[in-house]
Design a protein around this ligand. Structure first.
Ligand code: BG6
Length: 369
């Protein structure tokens, strides 16, 4: 069933265009308005929500961190992202006006389930974003928004992650529509841009040969750092998590702006650092700030592995290697930039002779607290 791929993980990386496309399917009505028909919470409740708390674990939590940027921007509702096991045990402030969004591939993660129960006891409404039909968490939620990634076999999550971001974005657009935060044509434009993403994700996968080659060369490396800013920050965290999970080497993700406040002390000659560069076409001035970060670490001898948007020549003077991704709106870029990092971890672990589908000590779904 691996469809000719060496591992389920490799197959699931290649499934991603379809997983995102399927998650977007059938979400608009005849007038082009977004409809999330498996959402069963009174619209009046969703109109008065004054805070969203995303609860999840592992990769699903990084999907939540990405979604925070989009939902806050589109809906003007504060979004907190909490690891489910931390949320549950710190007396969180939740009430009837809190919308809890639980993100989980399996729908069975015990930490997340406990957090869902706790939130509902406090009166919060819970929408779960889940991949596995018939699992426990959607049954215990007020509403569910299914991702349509298909079964994910490899322990390390890939296609579920991209579908979770997609589903959370749909939820954000739906809330913006319901609450009147955006004009219908603005929402339609973003939805159209989302629908272009499967083709662009395919493009990133098709360009994977170079990142695979670099991963094989780096099979004996002992530490890799990942830097990103804005939505690139959770992508950096996810890139590091993948490498830890699969290759068992030290990897850490940082917010690029935090570099000068500590992590730059780690930079010594030869240290490999992935840098996720925001689009130069973005509204913020973040692009030039991240370019300065690359310059700073390069000056201290780092080997810079740069993810940049097609045509962004500003990265060239400071990059030892550039992995190009197609142009995309800033908020949608994580659906592209994470893919080379998945491929890198999968390939590097394989080159080390490891089983990427069944990493040591890990389980696909953790059903104990
Ligand atoms: C971990 C898995 O144990 O659980 C991760 O190894 C996953 O891949 C995390 O992201 C959360 O799982 P779920 O099923 O709740 O998304």
């Amino acid at each position: 069933e691996k469809g000719g791929f060496a591992s389920f993980m490799d197959k699931e990386i290649h499934d991603q265009p379809q997983a995102v496309g399927d998650t977007l399917l059938g979400r608009t009505d005849l007038e082009g308005r977004l409809v999330l028909d498996d959402l069963r919470i009174d619209e009046s409740v969703l109109r008065t929500v004054d805070k969203i708390v995303v609860i999840a674990c592992g990769t699903a939590a990084y999907a939540g961190h990405v979604a925070k940027y989009a939902i806050e921007h589109w809906c003007r509702i504060p979004v907190e992202v909490e690891l489910a096991h931390e949320f549950r045990y710190r007396d969180p402030v939740v009430n009837e006006k809190t919308l809890v969004v639980a993100i989980t591939q399996s729908g069975e993660t015990m930490d997340t389930l406990m957090a869902v129960r706790h939130a509902r006891e406090q009166g919060a409404k819970v929408i779960s974003i889940v991949n596995t039909h018939g699992s426990t968490i959607p049954r215990e939620s007020d509403a569910v928004l299914y991702t349509h990634a298909g079964p994910e076999i490899a322990v390390a999550s890939t296609k579920a992650f991209l579908s979770q971001i997609t589903a959370a974005y749909l939820l954000g657009l739906y809330l913006a529509q319901l609450r009147g935060n955006m004009f219908p044509d603005e929402i339609a434009k973003i939805y159209d841009e989302l629908r272009e993403m499967p083709g662009k994700i395919q493009e990133v996968i098709d360009r994977g040969a170079r990142v695979r080659e670099i991963a094989r060369w780096m099979a004996d490396t002992s530490s890799v750092l990942f830097l990103g800013r804005h939505v690139g920050f959770p992508v950096a965290m996810e890139g590091a998590l993948k490498l830890k999970e699969l290759a068992y080497i030290h990897a850490e993700g940082f917010a690029a702006g935090e570099l000068k406040h500590g992590p730059i002390a780690l930079i010594e000659p030869g240290q490999a650092v992935f840098v996720i560069v925001p689009s130069p076409r973005g509204r913020h001035s973040l692009h030039s700030k991240v370019i300065s970060n690359i310059q700073e670490i390069r000056a201290r001898g780092a080997r810079t592995l740069v993810l940049a948007e097609d045509g962004d020549e500003a990265v060239l003077p400071y990059a030892d290697e550039v992995f190009w991704v197609p142009q995309a709106p800033t908020l949608l870029a994580p659906l592209l930039t994470v893919v080379p990092l998945q491929i890198f971890a999968c390939e590097l672990a394989t080159a080390r002779g490891l089983d990427v589908d069944q990493p040591r000590n890990l389980a696909k779904s953790v059903t104990v607290e």
